[in-house]
Write a protein that binds this ligand. Structure first.
Ligand code: CA
Length: 490
């Protein structure tokens, strides 16, 4: 069994040079060698900001960099041909590709319509703060340059539930269209969090559901991706993706691994969504991200024994995609909550080397973020290689101290020299006895992170006494594994 290792292959401030898809093709083999076997690519369709768009301001989901719309043919990442080639390059190297699916809203409409609306209180969207009034809303999407290629669907106000801009009055507000209701089952923040931004898709409208289902099939047939990353699922009726994913899987007859972004710190919200969607997808473990942040900013006073308590990984590891940071949490972005550098190797050791959860490595952590002078995470490439080769077998947890916590993996027969011990602390240096197994008796273990210079010899009983420096992580592998890492890694 291979360990599944995902990478979010973009960060917010990639240069607007339209070279990203080409970069994917060129880097694919290197990434496969580094231990990555799944990538999540950014939204590939034309956004309202054209070639400056990261992709979440969706304009035309059928324009993968093919039509002269929003100021250019190509997207920020390049042309449709380069995109198709990137996906193929990854797949040729054994890396599966997840496409980013943004179906909550559309932006950059081609024209306005006069729409009757009711204004809602922004902090409680169930509370009307106006009677019926008329606004001028950006809701007409006709895609003049694409015309009717791939789809003859024209979007208008009937396909949306609301918007936040009245172009006649030049003012912001939360405007619910007359005759529309917010999706009944969405996140309860702000009363009802169906509305996020732009023109909000009405997923109760049969034509809308039909169109985005047809589009999904077209996208699969065109690009042949292996799965999805679903954007903003807490803002979309909980039954929508359950049905949409069924349709997609019926169409391809493949697994279509899917992870959803439900941005909430409360684990019970995530488990509720999983239940409502009949466990047809995984979710990012947002609560764990915030535990990392709390631990990294508590000046050594975080209770490390509770790191995985009340997280998705702790509650439902089968459906947890673990991550440290992403394009929204990085400096300057909407959900800024970037994990401080000193804690990152600890967080990555925890998500990459434990048996539970599917880890997702952030591009900005792997390569750094030049825009903000953020350096690559120290030791991340080593941890990835260790995950691939040595993080196998059963897991024994030692989350039994407020500062000093660790775990071991017993290794398995399939992976030579596999098995390891991890010890980390948010506070002072320390030592802990951990059990590796009788098979390790007499074996020398070395710290692959390089913090501790002297090896540990495992006792005849299978136990070893491991140490770690203050505010860091040590990862103990067999001496032979350490030698392999030394000659393999750049
Ligand atoms: Ca919505």
């Amino acid at each position: 069994m291979k360990n599944r290792t995902m990478m979010q292959y973009f960060e917010w401030y990639l240069p607007e040079n339209r070279l990203h898809w080409k970069r994917c093709s060129v880097q694919a083999e290197k990434l496969a060698k580094a231990g990555i076997n799944m990538v999540w690519l950014p939204p590939a369709y034309k956004g309202a900001a054209g070639a400056a768009s990261v992709g979440y301001d969706v304009y035309d989901t059928y324009d993968l960099g093919e039509f002269d719309q929003k100021g250019s043919v190509e997207t920020k990442y390049g042309s449709k041909e380069a995109y198709l080639e990137a996906v193929e390059s990854f797949q040729k190297c054994g890396i599966s590709v997840l496409a980013d699916i943004v179906l909550n809203h559309k932006m950059g409409a081609d024209g306005t319509e006069q729409v009757k609306v009711i204004e809602e209180r922004s902090t409680n969207r169930n509370e009307d703060i106006s009677g019926i009034q008329q606004i001028s809303a950006w809701t007409k999407f006709d895609f003049p340059a694409r015309g009717e290629k791939y789809s003859g669907f024209h979007w208008n106000a009937a396909h949306f539930s609301g918007t936040d801009w009245d172009d006649a009055g030049k003012r912001n507000g939360i405007f619910r269209f007359e005759g529309k209701v917010w999706n009944r089952e969405t996140d309860s923040e702000n009363g009802n969090y169906d509305y996020l931004m732009g023109a909000d898709l009405d997923t109760d409208n049969r034509e809308v559901v039909e169109e985005v289902t047809n589009w999904g099939k077209w996208y699969l047939d065109t690009v042949h991706m292996d799965g999805f990353r679903l954007d903003a699922v807490k803002h979309i009726s909980f039954d929508f993706y359950r049905e949409w994913l069924k349709q997609m899987r019926q169409h391809t007859k493949t697994e279509l691994f899917t992870v959803g972004e439900y941005w909430a710190r409360e684990t019970e919200k995530l488990t509720h969504y999983l239940e409502e969607t009949e466990y047809s997808l995984s979710l990012f473990d947002v609560p764990l991200h915030f535990h990392f942040l709390a631990a990294a900013t508590a000046d050594g006073n975080y209770d490390m024994s509770k790191l995985f308590e009340d997280t998705l990984t702790g509650t439902d590891p089968e459906h947890a995609v673990t991550f440290v940071d992403n394009h929204d949490t990085q400096p300057g972005q909407a959900l800024y909550s970037f994990i401080p550098a000193w804690f990152k190797p600890i967080a990555y050791a925890l998500i990459l080397l434990r048996k539970v959860g599917t880890p997702c490595v952030f591009y900005g952590d792997y390569y750094g973020i030049p825009h903000d002078g953020v350096a690559p995470v120290q030791g991340l490439k080593t941890l990835l290689k260790i995950r691939e080769c040595y993080a196998h077998g059963e897991e024994q947890l030692y989350f039994d101290d407020a500062s000093l916590v660790g775990f071991t993996r017993t290794g398995d027969a399939e992976h030579e020299n596999s098995g390891l011990a991890v010890l980390c602390t948010d506070s002072a240096s320390g030592k802990k006895r951990m059990y590796l197994g009788a098979a390790f008796a007499g074996k020398k273990m070395v710290d692959a992170m390089g913090g501790i210079g002297s090896p540990v010899v495992i006792g005849a009983d299978g136990w070893g006494e491991f140490s770690v420096n203050g505010g860091s992580v040590s990862v103990w592998v067999t001496e032979e594994a350490g030698e392999m890492l030394y000659i393999t890694l750049e």
